[in-house]
Design a protein around this ligand. Structure first.
Ligand SMILES: NC(=O)c1ccc[n+]([C@@H]2O[C@H](COP(=O)([O-])OP(=O)(O)OC[C@H]3O[C@@H](n4cnc5c(N)ncnc54)[C@H](O)[C@@H]3O)[C@@H](O)[C@H]2O)c1
Ligand SMILES: O=c1ccn([C@@H]2O[C@H](COP(=O)(O)OP(=O)(O)O[C@H]3O[C@H](CO)[C@@H](O)[C@H](O)[C@H]3O)[C@@H](O)[C@H]2O)c(=O)[nH]1
Length: 433
């Protein structure tokens, strides 16, 4: 099939390359010329494991190309919309200007009977509004909502072998077109849920709200553990053995960040308020508050471990991205902690395998170093804030030899406290005795 993907960021670039991998002829469109130049050269404009290889395979096959000119998408049978839906400045709701802009532009390009598929995460009710917008502009294109559940760091595998496909449709022709798009995925037995627009939009919002709630639940338990001497990691292990609960997404630490969970729970809260159902998701305010308190707690621990003040103390911050295997620093708890410590007068040296360039754009005032060794040298305290493999694998004795004083905060609870204490470290986890 001929497919276009409008918006080639973390979601769209992967989706375009994956559609080519499934055998389709794909044109990826983005308004950002620098991004398109990189993609055209077969290089991902961000770090995502396996994406460069997938891009090159698509380009070499002749099935994948990129452009800034939406007119080149005119011949496509299916247009995916993967533009951003960030948080509105100064408000909780989603900023829909990019989605509206993409649909307005597609109204002039998409042929009658072609299908425009929303992949962006939007407040429930958006798809129905967009159909109205298209019709007003004289477009007879079909619309479907097909939310995306990929995780950064696993984006390629999650797109090619998703847990499920959700189609929000108002016309059986849309289902047929999506079945043709995903034929190779469906053949593997992937569950497919065909439903209305509102349910499809809500599946995405509800899934992210649930994941955020699970993380904040265990982080709330971490607060209780801190007050009682209990160990939240052992607690999570023990709870997780119950198959009804499950161990995944019960990792306590400095909490969730990124371009999805934080803004999506806020947008959900705002939408519920508009619907007169604020009380139904009022708990999400607590989920958000618990999450943000964990960042404060990491900073408090640093102050505590350094005898009451971090002022002019050397602190090595290990990690800047919101999670490992990504370069994404959007709403990153790690970067936030680094900036807060700097704000308190600490001499922060921060490092990350792939996040420094993005972190520097957000917080140019911080001192960034490429190697963990350079961050750790002569430090009074190390803070592990993003659990990259190379930080999990650090040798306590080697780290102690670099530092002025062996002190570490394991803000992701991924180190073995006994091993670090045995090497002479003052070790503190978040919610761990
Ligand atoms: N990042 C993820 O892991 C992920 C996963 C699932 C869903 N989502 C959702 O997908 C959407 C995109 O997220 P993202 O992380 O890829 O954002 P992003 O900011 O990385 O990418 C958005 C891209 O859209 C482009 N764009 C904006 N307006 C455009 C237009 N009119 N025409 C062409 N391109 C345009 C921007 O230049 C940018 O490159 C959001 O709604 C997000 O919530 C993201
Ligand atoms: O037990 C856990 C699991 C995750 N996190 C944190 O939660 C955040 C989000 O992690 P994750 O969900 O793995 O990353 P994302 O790539 O943001 O993916 C989420 O957001 C995407 C965008 O909507 C969805 O598509 C995915 O299904 C959803 O998992 C990160 O800061 C993690 O460090 C924890 O603190 N504890």
């Amino acid at each position: 099939m001929e497919i276009s993907v409008v918006g080639c960021g973390y979601l769209g670039a992967v989706h375009a390359a994956a559609m080519a991998e499934l055998g389709h002829r794909v044109v990826g469109v983005d308004t950002d010329a620098a991004k398109i130049a990189k993609l055209t050269a077969g290089t991902a404009p961000f770090f995502e494991p396996g994406l460069d290889e997938l891009l090159r395979a698509g380009i070499d096959s002749g099935r994948l190309r990129f452009t800034t000119d939406l007119a080149e998408a005119a011949g496509a049978e299916v247009h995916f919309v993967a533009v951003g839906t960030p948080q509105l400045p100064g408000a909780d709701g989603a900023d829909l200007r990019f989605v509206n802009g993409a649909f307005d532009a597609l109204a002039a390009v998409a042929s009658a009977g072609s299908l425009i598929v929303g992949k962006s995460t939007v407040p429930v009710g958006t798809a129905a509004d967009l159909v109205g917008r298209l019709r007003q502009a004289g477009s007879a294109a079909l619309v479907a909502w097909n939310p995306e559940f990929l995780r950064e760091g696993f984006a390629v595998a999650d797109t090619l072998t998703p847990d499920r496909l959700v189609y929000g449709v108002d016309d059986p022709r849309s289902t047929d077109l999506l079945d043709r798009v995903y034929a190779a995925v469906l053949e593997r037995g992937t569950p497919r849920i065909v439903t209305d627009f509102a349910t499809a939009e809500l599946v995405k919002t509800a899934a992210n709200a649930f994941l955020a709630t699970k993380i904040s639940f265990i982080n709330a338990m971490a607060e209780i553990a801190e007050a009682t001497g209990a160990d939240v990691t052992t607690l999570a292990d023990a709870m997780g053995h119950d198959a009804r609960i499950g161990r995944r997404f019960l990792n306590a630490g400095i909490g969730f960040g990124g371009g999805c969970l934080p803004k999506d729970i806020r947008a959900f809260t705002a939408r519920a308020e508009e619907l007169g159902r604020a009380e139904s998701v009022a708990f999400l305010r607590q989920v958000d508050a618990i999450n943000l308190r964990r960042r404060e707690r990491a900073v408090e621990l640093a102050v505590e471990m350094l005898g009451g003040s971090v002022y002019e103390r050397r602190i090595a911050v290990l990690g800047l991205t919101f999670k490992p295997d990504s370069d994404d620093t959007r709403d990153s708890p790690a970067l936030d902690v680094a900036a807060r410590l700097h704000g308190l007068g600490a001499l922060v040296r921060a490092t990350d395998p792939h996040g420094i360039a993005n972190a520097r754009l957000r917080h140019p005032q911080l001192d960034y170093v490429e190697a963990a060794e350079a961050a750790l040298r002569d430090a009074d305290l190390a803070v592990l804030v993003t659990e990259w493999r190379e930080y999990r694998d650090l040798e306590p004795a080697a780290v102690a030899a670099l530092m002025a004083e062996p002190r570490i905060i394991d803000a992701r609870n991924v180190l073995d406290p006994a091993a670090w204490r045995a090497a002479g470290f003052a070790y503190r986890g978040l919610g761990r005795s």
